[in-house]
Design a protein around this ligand. Structure first.
Ligand code: AMP
Ligand code: TRP
Length: 335
């Protein structure tokens, strides 16, 4: 009876690429959702560091494993808990996930994959790296999700096109091979789109000066905020785009909606003093990430514990992943 109830729980799967230490976009758009679901007893949560995905764009093989471990430690530092969730590094299950991504690629057309906005963006960003792995990226992500039969995926809004692919894959695999994959939906947070500090676009690892990292100290945060563009601080109407709106969005995310409203009122009355706003905001951001940094310092004192947790995560997640791949092989006539 107990086992049956466990199996019937809704499953959650999410991953992040080890392309650098986490920033506020990753934290608010993805990690916060992971934490909410981890602490909801209705869900069975699995999280991974997707190092195989990192090989689809230019990277350094010499440092990839260290980066994956770094993100694993970031996961634990923000509060992902190996006792509540299975947390693993994707390449530890490479045999299963690459296998499954090949199987599911048979139900998707090349044209569909080529027309994805995320593929087109990457093509523009890395014109000399338009390879098959990049085209297959969303199918590897679908395999991550389907392997755990996950129905909820806590990721930022930029991942929606990939989730659409995952749903399509699930639907087609079910129709063609009689499987029972749930169609996964995105679990959104209030920080599903964290803007860039530069006033344009989203916060991103690849855009210099756009982000605040979870490892930044108060000084660095303030310096970065000081560089973000503002205006005179006063006018008839609060701007609807650009640096000021982005700053107000950060105020809302870290100091609450009331504080945002307060600044909006100031804008149309006595005016905002951006120096004060930025100082307060920097303090609010640092107050939120300081405990994460302290936890990281503690974790780094104990590398054996990290090794053990990485091993345990791989072991735990392999059980379900193996079962799914076996089912798929059977239904596709491969065993
Ligand atoms: P990435 O670093 O692009 O691999 O993203 C890892 C996770 O963080 C994904 O779930 C993204 O959707 C999320 N994410 C990245 N940047 C942002 C952002 N600026 N706002 C919200 N979520 C983000
Ligand atoms: N594509 C995701 C990103 O860039 C990373 C990812 C890979 C992922 N596999 C996943 C996210 C499975 C959620 C679930 O952020």
């Amino acid at each position: 009876m107990f086992l049956k109830k466990e199996i019937m729980k809704n499953r959650v799967l999410a991953g992040m690429r080890p392309t650098g230490r986490l920033h506020l976009g990753n934290y608010l758009g993805a990690a916060k959702g992971m934490l909410t679901l981890q602490d909801n007893p209705e869900f069975d949560t699995t999280f991974c560091v997707v190092d195989i995905h990192a090989t689809t764009t230019p990277y350094d093989p010499k440092t990839l494993q260290a980066s994956a471990r770094d993100v694993f430690i970031d996961y634990l530092s923000v509060g992902l808990d190996p006792e509540k969730s299975s947390i693993f590094i994707q390449s530890d299950l490479a045999d299963l996930v690459t296998q499954l991504s090949f199987y599911v690629s048979s139900v998707m057309s090349v044209a569909r994959m080529q027309h994805l906005p995320t593929f087109k963006d990457k093509k523009k960003q890395y014109p000399n790296n338009v390879n098959m792995a990049l085209l297959n990226y969303p199918l590897l992500m679908a395999a991550d999700i389907l392997m755990f039969k996950a129905s909820k995926v806590p990721v930022g809004i930029d991942q929606e096109p990939h989730l659409e692919v995952a749903r399509e894959v699930a639907r087609k695999m079910n129709e063609q091979f009689g499987l029972d994959f749930p169609e996964p939906t995105r679990f959104a947070t209030v920080g599903e789109y964290v803007p860039s500090l530069l006033g344009e676009g989203k916060m991103s690892k690849t855009v210099e000066g756009s982000s605040i990292e979870l490892s930044d100290n108060l000084d660095t945060i303030l310096k970065k905020l000081k560089r973000s563009p503002t205006d005179s601080g006063h006018g008839d109407k609060v701007p609807t785009e650009g640096g000021v709106v982005n700053l107000l969005k950060f105020v809302e995310l870290f100091e609450g909606e009331e504080s945002r409203k307060h600044y909006e009122k100031l804008y149309t009355s006595s005016g905002i003093r951006y120096g004060d706003l930025k100082q307060q905001l920097a303090e609010a951001i640092f107050a939120e990430i300081k405990p994460i940094q302290e936890k990281r310092v503690e974790l780094e004192k104990n590398p054996e514990y990290i090794d053990k947790m990485i091993e345990l995560g791989a072991k735990k997640s392999r059980i379900i992943a193996e079962q799914t791949v076996m089912e798929v092989k059977k239904s596709m006539g491969l065993s």
